[in-house]
Design a binder for this molecule. Structure first.
Ligand SMILES: [Cu+2]
Length: 274
């Protein structure tokens, strides 16, 4: 009898612990993915296809993730076949034309979308943006070109900053904010992409830099502990952690060093207010 009772106690304890464990490890529900809206829809002349350009925000100066859906221009059915898509943004400023940084479009078989990125470097108030999208259907061998033109706006809070190297007046860099987009009090993933303007048409990403961050609240004259300097994670993306200890206006100050550790700029920043 005593033995059975002991088992009973043990079972109760185990059950209790298991229950307790279950309660405390229940994960927070994931934040809902931002809603995507249709930015534009154009026929890819010559291919029998049309392309829809979706984004979670209206096109803005900064790093824009883009989601392209390809449809049969007659039936309207989503085409998920073997396609290649190239994007070429161009800004016509009257006296001159230039492109901007892009990320190669890749197919996501789960969502049947072609996902890439464009970093618009200027708003449409300075000229006209056109995004030439070339789609090749590897099945039929047909190629078509769709041209998008829409407004690119300056966001309320700057998402892209540029600077010229203190060591090389010909080297111009662009830093774009990727996250946080929806900052919270506490530690936030801080991700940026850095590109160099090699020419009007060539804007490669920069993988060899060192970035040191120092978030400050200028209005209250304090910083925060436990920040992690962003390090290169691939394709010019640098990821670290910013700790925002309260809501308000934060200035993430950055010191940028070259591959040898020489400071190329020590007064760059991105403001994040929430
Ligand atoms: Cu321009």
């Amino acid at each position: 009898m005593k033995q059975i009772f002991t088992y009973f106690i043990a079972a109760t304890l185990l059950f209790g612990l298991a229950n307790c464990d279950k309660e405390t490890t229940e994960p927070d529900p994931p934040a809902p993915a931002p809603e995507k809206t249709l930015v534009g829809e154009e026929f890819a002349i010559g291919s029998g296809l049309k392309i829809q350009y979706h984004a979670t925000e209206d096109p803005f100066v900064g790093y824009n993730k883009i989601y392209l859906t390809v449809k049969d221009s007659v039936t309207g059915n989503v085409v998920s076949g073997d396609l290649n898509i190239m994007i070429m943004p161009m800004m016509d400023m009257g006296m001159m034309m230039h492109s901007c940084p892009t990320e190669a479009v890749e197919y996501n078989s789960d969502t049947k979308e072609f996902i890439g990125a464009i970093t618009y470097v200027m708003p449409s108030t300075a000229g006209t943006w056109t995004i030439t999208t070339t789609v090749t259907d590897n099945g039929t061998g047909l190629t078509g070109v769709a041209v998008f033109d829409f407004e690119v706006v300056e966001p309320e809070e700057v998402q892209l900053t540029s600077f010229i190297s203190d060591l090389d007046p010909t080297a111009k860099f662009f830093i774009s904010l990727i996250t946080p987009k929806d900052p919270q009090v506490g530690e936030n993933d801080f991700e940026i992409i850095i590109n160099r303007k090699a020419s009007m048409m060539d804007w490669p990403y920069e993988p060899y830099l060192t970035v040191e961050i120092d978030p400050q609240m200028p209005s209250m004259n304090h910083g925060s502990p436990n920040n992690v300097n962003p390090t290169h994670i691939g394709d010019g993306h640098y990821k670290g952690v910013t700790n925002f200890t309260m809501t308000g206006w934060w200035r993430v100050n950055m010191v940028i060093k070259d591959g040898e550790g020489n400071i190329i700029k020590d007064d760059v920043y991105l403001d994040i207010t929430f």
